[in-house]
Design a protein around this ligand. Structure first.
Ligand code: ADP
Ligand code: MG
Length: 154
């Protein structure tokens, strides 16, 4: 799977563990300052992916959806990365997000911002889009990401 991540930017996962694994692998490609837009319907696997990503960043806390708390901040001690900020825009007006300082997080080179339902807000052009698509098979998802990772980190 590591090789695949280097050369392609989509994958079909057959269970939630595989989606978590993808998140864990992708975490190793991040340096701080990245914004990840997680796109896809309810239950498509956005939070599942993020659980893996958090694990890959060395976060021990359980990642839960921040739907009712606007934003969650998890400290990170890896490379240049000091925190993972998890935002869920599902029920959130964009103005509120700006009011709670999302822009400061977006501009911080030591922060990774991961945003569920990111299609609801305007994000920097460098944002990495990660799309999650349901299949007819209930445990299968197609996941597509916009950035070609090609660093030899694994
Ligand atoms: P979202 O955050 O996009 O609303 P979640 O990650 O919270 O979605 O939920 C996805 C649900 O689908 C979980 O219950 C998970 O166990 C299940 N699931 C089944 N197959 C997969 C898969 N291949 N990838 C991700 N989740 C899956
Ligand atoms: Mg979610």
């Amino acid at each position: 799977m590591n090789k695949k991540l280097k050369t392609q930017n989509n994958i079909i996962t057959k269970n939630s563990k595989a989606t978590e694994n993808l998140g864990q692998l992708m975490a190793k490609e991040l340096n701080g300052g990245e914004t990840l837009a997680l796109l896809g319907n309810l239950g498509a696997g956005k939070t599942t992916f993020l659980k893996g990503l958090a694990k890959g960043l060395g976060i021990k806390q359980t990642i839960t959806s921040p739907t009712f708390v606007l934003i969650k901040v998890y400290p990170v001690k890896k490379k240049n990365i000091k925190q993972l900020v998890h935002v869920d825009c599902y029920r959130l007006p964009a103005l509120e997000l700006m009011a709670i300082g999302l822009n400061d997080y977006l501009n911080d080179p030591h922060t990774i911002v991961a945003i569920e339902w990111a299609n609801k807000i305007k994000l920097p052009p460098k944002t990495i889009a990660i799309k999650f698509l349901h299949h007819k098979n209930p445990n299968q998802r197609t996941i597509t990401w916009s950035k070609k990772f090609n660093k030899k980190v694994y």
